[in-house]
Design a protein around this ligand. Structure first.
Ligand code: FMN
Length: 190
């Protein structure tokens, strides 16, 4: 099973989350995490992680999808939105229908719009007919967290300088999200 993780990141927090989520994917036997960043739009604010740029072919080949974006005024970033808006041909062909999907974000402040960002990312995935997966309250870390980690997806509170360390709950929930999508993709089969 190939689980595709596509992220946008400028300062590196969302990129770090992508790596934690990839570890969760890899914890499930037979599952490979394919990590991609959103394509360059020619602006100067793209992190240079060296990960390949995401393509429509990646989406066609994946068995599950996990999208990550920094919180931008309570919404996903313009770069992730531009990539999502390039997927009309896959919408027409129904390529993503029935595949499991989840989302993650990082913001500077605790109540700075993480949940609205996560929900905004769910919307186009629903248009694509994907099966939206979150994080249930049966996970202890969802109940206990006083930082990031929400029922709508994984999150991180990066702080005003984007320097906060990841809390144990944030790390646990990133990995749990990857593991959940991978195990669901296995159950759904090809
Ligand atoms: C244009 C812009 C808008 C932002 N909007 C928000 C916001 O609404 N709420 C918030 O808490 N942080 C906001 N931030 C801060 C980022 O979400 C935060 O620094 C995030 O951790 C960056 O992720 P990255 O390190 O992957 O780039 C904004 C940053 C920028 C540049």
């Amino acid at each position: 099973m190939k689980i595709l993780i596509i992220y946008d990141s400028r300062l590196g927090a969302v990129e770090k989350m992508a790596r934690l989520i990839a570890r969760g994917v890899a914890s499930q036997g037979d599952c490979e995490a394919v990590v991609r960043r959103v394509p360059d739009l020619g602006d100067t604010n793209l992190s240079d992680s060296g990960d390949p740029f995401a393509s429509l072919e990646d989406l066609t080949e994946c068995d599950g999808l996990i999208l990550g974006s920094p919180t931008r005024f309570g919404n996903m970033s313009h770069r992730l939105k531009a990539f999502v808006d390039s997927t009309s041909s896959l919408w027409l062909s129904g390529t993503l229908v029935g595949k499991p999907a989840a989302v993650f974000t990082s913001s500077s402040s605790m109540h700075g719009g993480q949940e609205s960002t996560l929900l905004s990312m769910h919307v186009p995935l629903l248009h694509h007919g994907m099966l939206i997966v979150g994080l249930p309250f049966t996970l202890d870390a969802v109940k206990k967290t006083v930082s990031g980690g929400t029922p709508y997806g994984a999150s991180h509170v990066a702080g005003p300088q984007n320097t906060n360390e990841f809390t144990d709950e944030e790390k646990t929930l990133c990995k749990a999200l990857g593991a959940r999508i991978a195990s669901l993709a296995q159950k759904l089969g090809k």
